[in-house]
Design a protein around this ligand. Structure first.
Ligand code: EPU
Length: 421
């Protein structure tokens, strides 16, 4: 199992190119199940989760290969198999995104229920309810959700749950509705840029979707979609992680291929902490050379502060001058990094879905355990500034969502290396 060894204390300086958004690429790859002919995707990050989606699509009869330039060519070759089995879905929850496309195109989707997850309960009831409202019959077979529909019919549906809208649920129902008969209106739709990217991709394939990026999405069903060439948006979570890397090391980074307009909540919090974030011709510069002010952070659905940057922001606020409060409103249990950061000298106290961060003067290196993707990123960030050596174990979590993070960090001055045991 690989681990990262990080010797903290180096200020980061230089340019980092941000990759394509994982959480847009995965549903868009799944959406290609709906298309006739070839789809070519650019800016698909080379990540473990993406390779996992390629394996799943392969099982579903979809050929999915990269050319020498890195572009991904996707073509449906066989429509017989409609089953996303437990061995694959349990490894990657985004596998659920094949549900809508399979049901709409092949009239049947058998998708294993994903089961437990390190960041908390992650039900898919809203996805299933959405498909039922479009006319699908559902049945639970051996831990799999089996959905069938001779014909999907457009409908008005509400996709809000106890924790707000659902990102992949909105994408799933939207994908299914593209080939339904008539008009579908999704109320309380997720507004995340990744959902907008899925809608833009589908429209480029011939779908008729309007209102993406707002809580009400309208989809007028069409009879077929054709593959197209499309470029995935930059990953705002990777960009936010590198912004925090600049901030935590008192460094200065220029982020290329970064869409600041997708990141206003994180930029607002970082500026209040005292970090300079400026738009420049090629992207964004982030610099910090002063003490860190405290700030309170509450995660919310977009355009609120993203849960996927909560752990990394906590690492930064560990070093702020006073107390900060972080409240998690999407995944109230997404705090496995708290105990690990405390092992590095942080003063964090969890009270229900809130963590009180008491700023400390320094963090100290320690062996720590990555528990999920974003928690691992937080530990790497803490390691960049900790005194001494930090060993982040189980970095396979980080490989799921960050392409070569240790190489990108090393290229701008971090002392970090991957060790294969
Ligand atoms: N929820 C339900 N019922 C559902 C679906 C969701 O109650 O049917 C609840 C969830 O339990 C959660 C909230 O609604 O409390 C929001 O969950 P959502 O469905 O929006 O999450 P997701 O679509 O499963 C995506 C990202 C996550 C990201 C969340 C929230 C992908 C592939 N995954 O998950 O990304 O944290 O949205 O923004 O898009 C990551 O990249 O590290 C990651 C976990």
């Amino acid at each position: 199992m690989d681990y990262f060894e990080i010797n903290g204390g180096n200020r980061l300086r230089g340019e980092v190119t941000i990759g394509g958004a994982k959480n847009a690429a995965l549903p868009i790859m799944a959406a290609s199940i709906l298309c006739e002919g070839e789809t070519v995707l650019h800016n698909v990050p080379d990540l473990h989760d993406v390779r996992q989606m390629q394996v799943l699509l392969g099982k579903l009869g979809v050929r999915c290969e990269r050319d020498a330039s890195g572009a991904m060519h996707i073509r449906v070759e066989d429509e017989m198999n409609c089953h996303a089995p437990y061995e694959l879905v349990s490894k990657m929850r985004a596998s659920i995104c094949v549900m809508g496309p399979l049901l709409a195109k092949r009239k049947r989707a058998q998708v294993s229920l994903p089961g437990g997850c390190a960041i908390g309960d992650r039900p898919v009831n809203l996805h299933v309810q959405g498909m039922e409202t479009l006319g699908a019959d559902s049945d639970l077979v051996n831990g799999d959700m089996l959905l069938k529909a001779k014909k999907l019919r457009g409908a008005e549906l509400f996709l809000g749950g106890a924790f707000g809208s659902t990102v992949t649920g909105t994408a799933n129902v939207m994908m299914a509705a593209t080939l339904a008969e008539g008009r579908t209106v999704i109320e309380s739709a997720a507004c995340e840029p990744e959902v907008v990217d899925v809608a833009e991709f589908l429209n480029a394939c011939g779908a008729q979707i309007a209102g993406q990026g707002t809580p009400r999405i309208t989809i007028d069903g069409v009879t077929s979609l054709s593959g197209t060439e499309y470029t995935i948006i930059p990953d705002r979570i990777e960009a936010g992680t590198f912004m925090i890397a600049a901030a935590i090391t008192n460094g200065e980074l220029e982020l290329v291929n970064c869409r600041l307009e997708h990141m206003l909540a994180i930029v607002d919090r970082l500026r209040r902490v005292g970090i300079n974030v400026e738009r420049v011709e090629k992207g964004v510069t982030v610099s910090s050379a002063r003490r860190l002010e405290t700030v309170d952070v509450t995660t919310q659905p977009y355009p609120g502060f993203p849960t996927d940057l909560q752990a990394q922001t906590m690492a930064l606020l560990c070093l702020a001058d006073g107390n900060s409060i972080i409240t998690e409103k999407i995944y109230p249990d997404r705090f496995l990094h708290v105990a690990e950061l405390n092992r590095m000298g942080a003063h964090l106290r969890k009270e229900g879905p809130t963590v009180i961060v008491q700023g400390v003067k320094k963090l100290v290196g320690a062996p720590v355990m990555a528990s999920d993707l974003r928690a691992s990123a937080a530990l790497v960030l803490a390691g960049l500034i900790a005194k001494g050596t930090t060993r982040v174990n189980r970095v396979y979590h980080i490989d799921r969502g960050y392409e070569g993070i240790e190489q990108k960090l090393a290229a701008v001055g971090a002392d970090v290396s991957r060790v294969t045991e």
